[in-house]
Design a protein around this ligand. Sequence first.
Ligand code: SAH
Length: 391
Amino acid sequence: MDKFVILKKNEDRRIKAGHQWIFSNEIFDSSGDIENGELVKTLDSKHAILGCGFYNKNSLIAIRFLDSKVIEDLSVLFKSRILYAYQLRKQLYPERNSFRLLFSESDFIPGLIIDKYNDTFVLQVHSAGIEKNLNLIVNILQEEFNAQNIITKNEAYFRTLEGLPVDDTILLGELKKEIIFDGAVSFEINFTEGHKTGFYFDQNDNRFFIEKLVKEKTVLDAFCNSGGFGLHAAKAGAAKVVFVDSSSTEIESAKHNFNLNKLETEAEFIDADVFDYLGELINQNKKFDVVMIDPPAFAKSKKSLPAAQKGYEKLNRMALNILNVGGYLITSSCSYHLSSVEFISIINTAAAKNGKKIQQIYFNETSLDHPRIPAMPETSYLKFAVYRLIN
Ligand code: SAH
């Protein structure tokens, strides 16, 4: 590894504090002629070595830092980090074969997500360095996990930021459906249709939490996707569950998963826009004991934050309006740009504007298979909060 990059004065501080990104405007000089995705030594302004990472001149994130030592063998480093990540998942979820195995920067392999669905491994490759070394990852998954199928299901947005072609490939085996068990409920995963890598693993622990609140209650699962929250509610003894999503494919998937689990709870599956549906319920004065809302990210960028805040307020006001007194509002936001403090403040405003009194009984972020790096706020995005409606 002969290529190097020298940082401007003081630009080593963030890395020393535990962050893993070096931005392009923090670089003073370089050895030149560095390929995208190449491993480079990173030196501070006094030319002392900080470590090394993947370089990409097309991205604002010029270096994704990997290690404070010079890396001799990338395959050895990848293998130890993937196995270390796996150890945590097996500790936390010993009974499960499906979970987020590796969460990118949070598990110290920047730009790579690996979701494990039994023997099928779905990757998101969001950095040029990983793209260049993908064969190493495939070998590790085959050798260490006996992977049968390895596919990519990338997010176009992140690939574009890295200057990578927007495409997906089958790296091993075939593209087939998997039935996974999350510890209570089974889901059939269709990798061609599903969101993210096929499933929202990030909400899985939170789905278990809601089981405490739903017994013999009427429950609305709005933005249900493949039915995660509503299926846990049904399993935990809800009197009735109504599933709503504006994607007919997802509603079909929720219904399919409901039948797969042989649930006998009364259930309705509604293909509708949640705002329209809540509006109808308000007009008809129909109420639920538990209302769960888990919308897509309204704030995709910092610029769209003000509009997003209004959207969250409106949605939460509508949800509170269809909640029985004594009932629970279970509300989420996956907008990274909206902080937890801002989110809680929005719910408070929504309640105050409706003249309602609420009590927060729970707050959480992502499931335990999505660890966070304290020095990197970018690794934390989900807000999940539970409120009881007092009056
Ligand atoms: N709660 C789900 C994840 C929700 S993802 C789970 O636990 O797995 C967000 C979902 O909202 C997607 O399925 C998407 O189809 C749906 N959606 C987006 N906008 C919508 C709208 N205006 N009305 C209804 N559903 C919507």
